[in-house]
Design a binder for this molecule. Structure first.
Ligand code: BGC
Length: 516
């Protein structure tokens, strides 16, 4: 037995050795394979020079190159001043047609009072996914939802194709739940710049965030949805409201928090809405009392303004803070010259900005010995979520960073290289957080209430480990004295918020009917 066991263990030892051997060969093979895939960049790259540069000198040089991504307090104050001016231009009737920030009145005149009840449907279109939700509002809010992908060809195909897809998802959601007999009020969260002509009428001004469906700009998206549903003929719906995700976010938070006046999204795109006094909205073409208000928030006699601040800078006023990386991102986007503030802040672009910087550092011989992998050279390969993951590593620990660098084709990055990659990520995300903070500070200074809650949602805000703190710190620097604020994660604005707008709309409608 013992001999057998010994032989066995010998054999095991041998096979273990063989496995180790094979593994080593695989490692060497993969390594040489990746080396083959590395490209020497730029004339200034000289591997002969590299060893002569000390790590500290490389880090210092990288800092110097990244300096243009670091915004001084002075620059941020200037950003605030420009934004303030652009908002005024957007709100005034005369300057609005030329203004870049359109400040669309949403026709949402009331915030929820927390007593809203009922069952609602909601549709949520605004990013790469489309969602259908069934929401029950009561003392609590319960939700049943399903996510459907929006395939890329649909995002840039004909408009009818997009609305047919939405109608198909909605129909299958209703059928799966056997709800064909119920005619529930529906809120449509459509997160693109729209000129609203009423609570249920919104003309798309222009596409953003990678969408470009022909035949939709200038049209009423509620109408297009109704037509698509009519083409199918198998479901009935009652659309009570169309809203932007920022409005949904504001409503969702305001349901229980009565200080909430601002809704902010920092996700695939960025935008903010806020409650503005009606007398400051020259564009308001509705009745001052229409829809009739219950005035339970006596202090709020206004309307929610969807600023569409993503377009800030489209007239060149942000050029003093834009960099060569921003220019490349813009030039290579499907909407050049547009959404320039959004392109410096939001998740659709942050990863790509970081990639541009990394490629430049490689090409100057400051990173990875001057060699770039095929993957790093590919547009879009550095996902925005990498920034959040890399910055989630504890300081001095590069676990996530190494995993990501391996995914990108760099198998043996040194600690110093990881630290430099992290520094680039920090510069990009800090700049985004500081620019978004400047926007929020301007709105808080405008609202001028003693204490205001800002409802926030979006993947960047949610998942970046420091975004919230960076914003809070920076807002405090830019705020006028005496104003208190807090940033609150708003749960499911596009769903619950849509239901609340629909609920508030039906309450206002029934009050108006009673008054007549
Ligand atoms: C759109 C806004 C939207 C924001 C966040 C922007 O691209 O123009 O309407 O609120 O993204 O989703």
């Amino acid at each position: 037995m013992e001999i057998v066991a010994a032989a066995d263990s010998d054999e095991r030892g041998l096979s273990l050795l063989k496995v180790v051997n094979v593994l080593q060969r695989v490692v060497v093979f993969v390594h040489s394979f990746t080396l083959e895939k590395l490209h020497k960049l730029g004339p200034s790259t000289s591997s002969a020079e590299m060893p002569t540069m000390r790590e500290e000198d490389i880090a210092a040089k990288i800092k110097e190159i990244c300096q243009e991504l670091v915004l001084s307090q002075e620059a941020l104050h200037e950003v605030c001043a420009c934004l303030q001016e652009e908002l005024n231009r957007g709100l005034a009737k005369e300057s609005n047609p030329e203004a870049t920030i359109k400040c669309f009145p949403t026709y949402v005149r009331e915030l929820p009072n927390g007593k809203e009840k009922g069952r609602f449907l909601a549709l949520d279109l605004g990013g790469t996914n489309f969602r259908v939700l069934l929401i029950e509002l009561g003392d609590r809010c319960t939700m049943d939802s399903r996510i459907y992908a929006v395939p890329q060809p649909i995002m840039v195909g004909p408009g009818d194709g997009l609305f047919d897809h939405i109608a198909e998802c909605l129909a299958s959601f209703i059928k799966e739940r056997d709800m064909g007999h119920e005619l529930l009020p529906l809120g449509f969260t459509f997160s693109f710049p729209c000129k609203q002509e009423g609570l249920t009428k919104a003309r798309l001004a222009r596409w953003t965030k990678g969408f470009k469906c022909e035949g939709v700009e200038g049209r009423d998206v509620v109408d297009l949805l109704k037509q698509a549903i009519a083409r199918r003929g198998d479901v009935k719906i009652k659309i009570c409201a169309v809203l932007n995700d920022t409005t949904g976010t504001l409503m969702s938070c305001a349901w229980k928090n009565h200080n909430c006046r601002i809704g902010l999204i920092v996700g695939t795109g960025t935008n903010a809405c806020y409650m503005e006094k009606l007398e400051k909205v020259e564009l308001w073409d509705g009745d001052m009392e229409d829809p009739l208000q219950d005035h339970s928030h006596e202090e709020i006699k206004g309307v929610v303004i969807n600023t569409e601040w993503g377009a800030f800078g489209d007239n060149g006023c942000l050029d003093f803070v834009r960099t060569e990386y921003d220019n490349i991102i813009d030039r290579e986007s499907i909407n050049p010259g547009r959404q320039l503030y959004e392109k410096m802040i939001s998740g659709m672009y942050m990863g790509e900005i970081a990639r541009q910087v990394l490629v430049r550092l490689v090409s100057e011989g400051l990173l990875f010995g001057g060699y770039a992998s095929d993957i790093l050279l590919e547009k879009g390969s550095f996902f925005t979520k990498y920034i959040s993951e890399i910055e989630s590593d504890k300081v001095g620990d590069y676990n996530n960073c190494r995993i990501i660098l391996e995914e990108l084709g760099f198998n043996d990055a040194t600690d110093a290289e990881c630290a430099n990659v992290r520094y680039v990520c920090e510069c990009v995300s800090r700049r985004a957080a500081h620019l978004a903070a400047a926007g929020v500070a301007v709105l808080l200074n405008r609202i001028r209430e003693e204490s205001v809650t800002v409802a926030v949602d979006g993947s960047v805000y949610r998942f970046h480990p420091h975004f919230h703190n960076l914003m809070v710190e920076q807002i405090s620097q830019l705020l006028e004295p005496g104003i208190k604020f807090d940033l609150m994660l708003s749960e499911d604005g596009s769903g619950r918020g849509a239901a609340l707008v629909a609920a508030v709309a039906s309450r206002s409608a029934s009050m108006s009917a009673h008054a007549r």
